[in-house]
Design a protein around this ligand. Structure first.
Ligand code: PGA
Length: 257
């Protein structure tokens, strides 16, 4: 496959997970705003539902976009505790993370339910950050490609080429998340490139070349530069380091080069 990194916009997205009350969220966003104002990449913060309103109002007229961390597949109904995609888009939320490994690991998320959520999010006009990635055991068994291929195919089932333009894939090896154990830049590039080849088989070369594929898993201010120079690494999904404005801003700067 040809190497056309330049056709893709880098996207740096923070994944706050279950962190920050409203007061803390306000402080973090206020600190972040000036630090990323000149970014040449897209900047997204995905925050807990309880911080969406705060994040949306504080980022008005800035270059920071706001995302949620999950959504349900139904538009409304008897699903106590859930939030629907239309509820998010009506607020002005632009992005949603779907299929994060923590959802898969702790909340029974499967590729079937990930696919349903992806389709609901697209139908509501949201941009999706779809997470895929292998467990350590699976990497050791030599089945990383099979796992990410299966996830990509099932999670994108029924998504058409036009809708794919609203998808970002985040490759997040589960063993690298929150562990301080980053994939090497070659490992990240290799799997991201492999995911791109799977997408090329499904949607054609041009669509695959245009797809933003992030790396996620202990990306930080120190290792971002090296990861982001790789041809298939078009940005990052950042957990821990997104909770500190200077660290997140340093990653945004690395992606702006
Ligand atoms: P981490 O999390 O950067 O803390 O490893 C990444 C993620 O889970 O999206």
């Amino acid at each position: 496959m040809s190497m056309k990194k330049s056709v893709r916009k880098a996207v740096i997205a923070g994944n706050w997970k279950m962190n920050k009350n409203r007061k803390e969220a306000k402080a973090l966003i206020d600190e972040l705003k000036p630090l990323v104002a000149d970014a040449k990449c897209d900047v997204v913060i995905c925050v807990p539902y309880t911080n969406l309103e705060t994040a949306l109002s504080l980022t008005e007229n800035t270059n920071i976009k706001v995302g949620a961390e999950n959504c349900h597949w139904a538009e409304s109904g008897a699903f106590t505790g859930e939030i629907s995609a239309p509820m998010l888009s009506e607020m002005g939320v632009e992005y949603v993370i779907i299929g994060h490994s923590e959802r898969r690991q702790y909340f029974g998320e499967t590729d079937i339910t990930v696919n349903k959520r992806v389709r609901a999010a697209l139908n509501a006009g949201l941009k999706v950050i779809l997470c895929v990635g292998e467990l350590l055991e699976q990497r050791e068994q030599g089945i990383t490609e099979e796992i990410v291929s299966m996830q990509t195919k099932i999670d994108l089932a029924g998504v058409n080429a036009e809708e794919l333009k609203n998808i970002i894939i985040a490759y997040e090896p589960v063993w690298a998340i929150g562990t301080g154990k980053t994939a090497t830049s070659d490992q990240a590039d290799e799997v991201n490139g492999y995911i791109r080849s799977v997408v090329a088989k499904l949607y054609g070369e041009a669509a695959a070349e245009a797809l933003t594929i992030q790396y996620g898993g202990s990306m930080n201010a120190k290792n971002a530069d090296e990861l982001l120079t790789k041809v298939h690494v078009d940005g990052g999904l950042i957990g821990g380091a997104s909770l500190k404005a200077p660290d997140f801003a340093a990653i945004v700067s690395a992606a702006s080069k």
